[in-house]
Ligand binder design. Structure first.
Ligand SMILES: Nc1ncnc2c1ncn2[C@@H]1O[C@H](COP(=O)(O)OP(=O)(O)OP(=O)(O)O)[C@@H](O)[C@H]1O
Ligand SMILES: CC(C)(CO)[C@@H](O)C(=O)NCCC(=O)O
Ligand SMILES: [K+]
Length: 245
């Protein structure tokens, strides 16, 4: 890494905080932060922060205070009604989760056909975009951890750890039945997304991202692609547009 001026990209998710560093061309580093002290070494190298948050308001407040003390301006990103050709379908554009908006921006940058982007985080979300750039809307459902967490909370099912082998085969023990069942629900979202895309004319792709996308057998479907760090890459695209100004 050179010592050029960098911008810090921060994705405050529902449960984790992720960051990236961009030089305007590339994301040159990424990581996860769970302790405020970890930001200080990063501050020395950046002149601007791009922040996208969908949760943890108290953490966002702490970040605002920290960067203000360091005299580093913070751009807080929100969903817009349009960026380039991408048009937000929400009746109130700003109400669309900014993580969903950034994930769409990111996928649209790399692919101009019809697509769905599915984010498997605390919540699992799916958003549909046509080749024209028109967003159709999407879905919000409980994510993998949230699904089995809800089962443990609402039933007498025993708490158990994630099995080593996770697939959607019919299980013959409770632990497998729970986790394979939740994985089947995630796969179900992909199948239904594929069905929705098939209703529109033209080629399509499905992009998957988020911490729990790693459990999905994406190699089994040639139309499914990994979009790792899609939210951070969306922030990088916004920051790069500002670098260019
Ligand atoms: N170190 C890790 N590496 C990869 N995945 C992780 C890690 N820690 C937790 N996860 C998984 O990531 C999921 C959380 O998804 P994600 O990484 O997208 O973060 P998040 O903070 O929940 O953000 P969001 O819900 O906004 O997507 C959890 O359900 C968990 O299974
Ligand atoms: C759906 C989540 C929780 C997914 O992280 C987030 O995008 C969010 O808080 N969205 C706001 C509501 C919406 O997108 O309709
Ligand atoms: K998410």
């Amino acid at each position: 890494m050179s010592d050029a001026v960098l911008k810090l990209l921060i994705d405050v998710g529902n449960s984790r905080v992720k960051y990236g560093l961009t030089d305007g061309q590339h994301i040159v580093a990424t990581g996860m932060v769970d302790d405020m002290a970890q930001w200080l070494p990063l501050c020395e190298r950046v002149n601007q922060v791009y922040l996208a948050s969908v949760g943890q308001p108290e953490k966002v407040e702490q970040l605002r205070t920290l960067f203000s003390q360091q005299s580093i301006p913070v751009v807080e990103v929100a969903s817009q009604s349009q960026f380039g050709e991408l048009k937000n379908a929400y009746l109130d554009a700003g109400k669309l989760g900014v993580d969903r908006w950034l994930a769409m921006l990111s996928c649209r940058h790399g692919y101009k056909g019809n697509f769905a982007v599915l984010d498997f985080g605390t919540a699992m979300t799916c958003d549909f975009v046509l080749a024209s750039g028109q967003h159709l809307g999407g879905w919000i459902a409980p994510g993998f951890q949230t699904m089995h967490g809800a089962l443990f909370a609402k039933t007498t099912l025993p708490h158990s750890t994630l099995p080593d082998l996770l697939d959607t085969t019919p299980a013959r023990q409770t632990q497998g039945a729970i986790y394979n069942g939740c994985l089947a629900a995630m796969n179900g979202l992909i199948r239904e997304a594929e069905y929705q895309l098939s209703l529109h004319e033209g080629e399509y792709r499905l992009y998957v991202t988020g911490g729990d996308a790693r459990y999905l057998p994406i190699e089994q479907n040639p139309r499914v692609f990994a979009a790792n760090e899609a939210v951070l890459f969306g922030l990088h695209l916004l920051a790069s547009a500002d670098f260019a100004e």
